[in-house]
Design a protein around this ligand. Structure first.
Ligand code: DX5
Ligand code: ZN
Length: 224
């Protein structure tokens, strides 16, 4: 298990670059670059080719990467039946474990188990999923991830309705210590709007890794 668990601070906006857009042959270097560039968390996209039509990486690679970074690992599980693997991801070094509400028929149980394992418990919602699925699990949650694209691939366009959805989730969270994260199509051009809508953790894949000046892009995402 990792010892880099994040602490909630309502005054902070955090940037969590997604290594999905990094060169997979140089992930160790990518992590060192992110740490030197002012990133707050590392967002790790796990895909199983079932819940989403793409395959990425699993616990062995996360475990190997853990040695290359002191930043919290924010692990986004886009997989069916994530309960099968929660302890494996915890052992590999995940700090935040986020499951998809659409993949969890027993969401309350899944979130309780993530916390029992010692990780922060996150729930992600696809663009079509209503915010109301969160109403009965707010006390079991540390993070809500609003998908602003349909999950599966980096480099897609931000879905404008996500701003309304972020505001709805923000209202539901009220003053609870729950991170509100946004993921998909976020760049310095729209990071001001997602923050205004309530997001305080911003995931960005292609905007960071396709940029020529990664520290400047991370600053721009934070300060826009
Ligand atoms: C998409 C992933 C995202 C993705 C974001 O399914 O969950 O984390 O890497 O990439 P960009 O920022 O390029 O949309
Ligand atoms: Zn993601």
């Amino acid at each position: 298990m990792s010892s880099f668990a994040p602490v909630y601070d309502p005054t902070q906006v955090l940037i969590a670059p997604s290594i999905l857009s990094a060169d997979f042959a140089k992930l160790g270097e990518a992590l060192q670059c992110l740490e030197a560039s002012g990133a707050d968390w590392v967002h790790v996209d796990v895909m199983d080719g079932m819940f989403v039509p793409n395959l990425t990486l699993g616990p062995p690679i996360i475990e190997a990467l853990r040695k290359h970074s002191k930043l919290p690992f924010d692990v986004h599980l886009m997989i069916e039946q994530p309960d099968r693997y929660l302890s494996h991801f915890r052992d590999a070094g995940a700090d935040v474990l986020t499951v998809h509400a659409e993949a969890c028929p027993h969401l309350h149980r899944t979130l309780t188990e993530i916390r029992r394992l010692g990780c922060k418990a996150g729930v992600s919602l696809n663009p079509a999923t209503p915010v109301s699925v969160l109403e009965n699990v707010l006390d079991e949650l540390d993070l809500i991830l609003v998908m602003s694209v349909n999950p599966g691939f980096g480099g897609q366009s931000f879905i404008p309705n996500s701003l309304k959805k972020l505001a709805q989730v923000k209202a539901l969270i009220a003053d609870r210590p729950i991170f509100l994260e946004v993921d998909g199509g976020v760049s310095p051009q729209n990071s001001g709007a997602v923050k205004a809508a309530g997001a305080n953790v911003i995931v960005a894949g292609s905007a960071v890794f396709k940029s020529k000046d990664i520290p400047a892009t991370i600053r721009a995402l934070k300060n826009a």
